[in-house]
Design a binder for this molecule. Structure first.
Ligand SMILES: C[N+](C)(C)CCCC[C@H](N)C(=O)O
Length: 288
């Protein structure tokens, strides 16, 4: 994989990420805390209590890790397609792979990236859930002072396995839904593009955006469980495991719990994934 692709993928991924992070913070809070009435209430409370900075909590680690996570996701996807169909990226418009192959390659990418993503995602979620304003003289100071401190204290208190809390739910969330992500993208691109041609920028943006929304809607039920598992054990253990987390969440809050944060997640997914796919396609065209 050329270095330029890696660097540019990181930068464009990071741009999408910064754009989407405030939405992500609201989503994580709605999924794991019961103090908010809805999206607007959550936004107003974050702003009043923690200022604009509150929306950007937990962002530095995802920016540092997106290079790794995105390259595993797209790299494994593309190489799995190569193994399944014996076509490289530049040949795929002339000889389009079947949707089954796209789905299997996507699932493989999703499965492997989940392990790289898990510790970074855990730290992001723990930091996003700290509701204390940053530096508050005389006020209660937050449990974690920053991402490194958060990682170190999880490691100390819970051991190396602690850093992978919620990783199972994350793997189950991402394996099928990354398959859905790439299939949606391919279907929409092919629908809007004459045969054997590259999709236009507008098509790539729209197909990428909708791929983000569709896959996130499908991912939301396990996303809620994942976030709750990641927050578990901070004060006291509430759940025995993933199934227990599902059952007790449904018992206490009804089936609607599985769609907590779906609206805000979709609003975030469109711009983030439009930008991600546009840069992915263009980099491969320029350097391919
Ligand atoms: C498959 N799943 C929906 C989990 C995620 C796929 C999109 C990943 C993208 N980096 C984003 O943050 O939106």
């Amino acid at each position: 994989m050329p270095v330029e692709e890696f660097v540019a993928g990181w930068i464009s991924g990071a741009l999408g990420l910064v754009l989407g992070h405030p939405f992500d913070t609201v989503k994580v809070r709605l999924q794991t805390q019961t103090t908010y009435q809805g999206i607007v209430d959550c936004m107003v409370k974050i702003y009043r209590h923690e200022s604009l900075l509150g929306f950007f909590k937990g962002m530095s680690f995802p920016i540092a890790s997106i290079a790794l996570v995105n390259s595993v996701l797209f790299g494994v996807y593309s190489n799995s397609l190569l193994a399944l169909t014996a076509t490289a990226h530049r040949e795929r418009r002339a000889q389009p792979p079947s949707y089954t192959h796209v789905f299997i390659a996507g699932c493989t990418g999703g499965f492997l990236q989940a392990y790289f993503l898990a510790p970074f995602d855990l730290i992001k979620v723990r930091l996003q859930n700290q509701t204390e304003p940053r530096a508050q003289l005389g006020g209660s100071s937050p449990q974690y002072r920053g991402p490194m401190h958060c990682a170190a204290s999880i490691f100390q208190k819970e051991g190396p396995r602690g850093l992978f809390r919620g990783a199972w739910a994350l793997t189950l969330r991402d394996t099928p839904t990354v398959g859905i992500y790439f299939v949606t993208y391919e279907v929409l691109c092919r629908q809007c593009t004459p045969e054997r041609q590259n999709p236009s920028s507008a098509t790539v943006l729209v197909a990428g955006g909708f791929a983000g929304i569709t896959s996130w809607v499908a991912a939301t039920p396990l996303d809620v469980i994942k976030s709750r598992m990641q927050m578990d054990g901070l004060k006291r253990r509430a759940y025995q495991g993933m199934l227990d987390c599902m059952v007790s969440s449904v018992q206490q809050e009804g089936l609607g719990v599985f769609f907590r944060g779906v609206t805000i997640n979709s609003a975030r997914a469109f711009p983030v994934n439009a930008v991600t796919f546009l840069s992915y396609e263009y980099l491969l065209r320029w350097w391919g």
